[in-house]
Design a protein around this ligand. Structure first.
Ligand SMILES: [Zn+2]
Length: 354
């Protein structure tokens, strides 16, 4: 027995070292190499094609887009949380009359986390996939294709789902991928999700919403190699993403004028109101064909978009692999209402041992 002991000890040490072996962060980022400009153009050109008639909410074009996104989630083996489907469907009503006009679907897929404790928590990667439909009163082009707004963000969600699906081991926390309906009609899809979340809100540690991440011809001047996060200094999420983006050679930063003013202008705010650190990332806030029929996919800089998608992936990975949750910034009065909502949600929870 005594003679064997050193050997047993050595074996245990080796087994322990293998068990604890972690893949270096830079190695993990290779999962995002599979994102290519051609793959981006493939998704973009379909989602913003005339066939989909501007993806109004509700419409047949929107439903075709939903089927397409679900097909991609299926292709990459994402978990289908709604009785084996990816569809969270809800009725759509006329805003003035309250009359039922149809139904629309949020498209939702899940990649389960690898850590036994942290997998019960999640990070949301989201984008709205609807747009403004068709205006038959216009001369010439009547279809609002919404390529940058927001087939680009939707494509980003699909590309990130594909990349995270191939990552081994998977991130510690679960990741929920959502394409929202009805953003242009008043954040309908994100509000519906906030009321009917897949993971409990208090287990949802962050939300990253993608909007207008394709065009680099910002009205303020070319925007290359960089993206902005709304409410950048409202929570830790901004600084975490800024740091993570450096690893892929991109910048995620705070826009001096629009950071705070645009915070409540996209789907992230529906979750922020419930206390989830939730932000939107965009490349350009303003571009020439914003909410106009000329928002076509050919005008998107797919090479730059590839870089931005990889930077977003690196940021999500940093949060999904960390035991520490992002927090609202207690020193920023503009974040106070969201911090208050966060505290309200957590007050009955026993804090995780750190
Ligand atoms: Zn939009």
């Amino acid at each position: 027995m005594t003679r064997l002991r050193p050997i047993v000890l050595a074996l245990l040490l080796v087994a322990g070292a293998i068990g604890q072996q972690t893949v270096a962060p830079s190695e993990r980022l290779r999962a995002f190499d599979r994102v290519t400009a051609d793959s981006i153009r493939g998704h973009l050109s379909f989602l913003s094609s005339d066939l989909l008639e501007g993806r109004n909410t509700p419409s047949r074009g929107l439903d075709i887009a939903a089927e397409y996104i679900a097909g991609q989630f299926r292709r990459y083996g994402l978990e289908a949380p709604y009785e084996g489907t990816y569809f969270q469907e809800s009725p759509i009503r006329n805003r003035r009359t309250g009359e039922l006009t149809g139904t629309a679907k949020n498209v939702i897929g899940v990649i389960r986390g690898s850590d036994p404790a942290l997998r019960d928590t999640c990070v949301l990667i989201t984008a709205h996939y609807d747009h403004l439909g068709v205006n038959p009163n216009l001369e010439g082009d009547q279809i609002f294709n919404g390529a940058n707004d927001n087939a680009s963000g939707t494509t980003g969600v699909i590309e990130l789902a594909a990349a995270f699906a191939t990552m081994d081991p998977k991130p510690k926390r679960s990741i929920v991928f959502i394409a929202f309906q009805g953003e242009e009609r008043g954040l309908l899809g994100s509000r519906h999700y906030a009321e009917n979340p897949l993971f409990p809100i208090e287990k949802t540690v962050a939300m990253i919403n993608l909007e207008q991440i394709g065009r680099t011809d910002d009205s303020e001047g070319p925007r290359i190699g960089a993206a902005s996060m709304t409410g950048f200094d409202f929570s830790d999420v901004g600084p975490i993403f800024a740091e993570a983006a450096k690893a892929v050679g991109a910048r995620i930063e705070m826009h001096p004028q629009h950071s705070a003013s645009y915070f409540a202008r996209s789907d992230n705010v529906a979750l922020a109101m419930l206390g989830v650190p939730a932000h939107t990332i965009c490349t350009a806030f303003h571009f020439a064909e914003y909410h106009a029929p000329g928002d076509h996919w050919e005008k998107i800089d797919a090479v730059n978009m590839r870089l931005i998608v990889r930077a977003i992936g690196a940021g999500v990975l940093a949060i999904a692999d960390s035991e520490r949750e992002p927090r609202w910034n207690e020193n920023n009065p503009r974040a106070a209402r969201y911090l208050e909502a966060w505290r309200e949600r957590r007050k009955d929870l026993v804090p995780l041992a750190r």
